[in-house]
Design a protein. Structure first.
Length: 169
């Protein structure tokens, strides 16, 4: 550290200034040590709140289940988290050796003006699809897509179902 003193200052005055600077430095360090935990706690709280507003993973936003009602009939259900929705026209069910016919859809779609797809019908809260299944295949693919009202859209989600593994209701 370089200190400049006028010619009129005596060495005793210089020692007093150095001593004052050392005291100031210690005082500043003490203040930082006392204030730092408060600052870190505030930052931690800020980042915790930030994480809570993050977008949920797709499987948490759209809880999907499939059940076998009978040998040739299955029901597919989706339960959506608050402020999440599924597009009515984005459901796709396919398999190589199966034919499907939709028996019933439980859930009423709502028309919205979507920022990505324009005027569309979507399902909020929940939707179920009951299907007749004909054929002797093994694997069924179910695809769907949805968004949340904050503007985040999930990519198309595809689930593979195996008829032999479906639980009966």
């Amino acid at each position: 550290m370089i200190l400049f003193f006028s010619k009129s200052e005596q060495p005793n005055e210089m020692n007093k200034r150095i001593c004052k600077l050392k005291i100031f430095k210690k005082f500043t360090n003490l203040i930082l040590i006392l204030v730092m935990p408060v600052l870190l706690s505030s930052a931690q709280s800020f980042f915790k709140d930030l994480n809570q507003t993050e977008v949920l993973p797709a499987d948490e936003s759209f809880i999907f289940n499939a059940y076998k009602l009978s040998e040739n009939r299955i029901i597919l259900t989706w339960v959506m988290k608050e402020n999440c929705f599924l597009y009515k026209d984005k459901f796709k069910i396919s398999a190589n050796n199966y034919k499907f016919s939709e028996v019933n859809t439980i859930g009423k779609p709502k028309k919205i003006n979507d920022i990505y797809f324009g005027d569309v019908e979507v399902y909020f809260n929940s939707v179920s699809k009951e299907l007749n299944v004909e054929g002797d295949g093994n694997k069924i693919e179910v695809s769907y897509q949805g968004c949340n009202e904050k503007g985040f859209c999930y990519p198309v989600i595809t689930k593979e179902l195996y008829m032999k593994n479906l639980d009966k209701t």
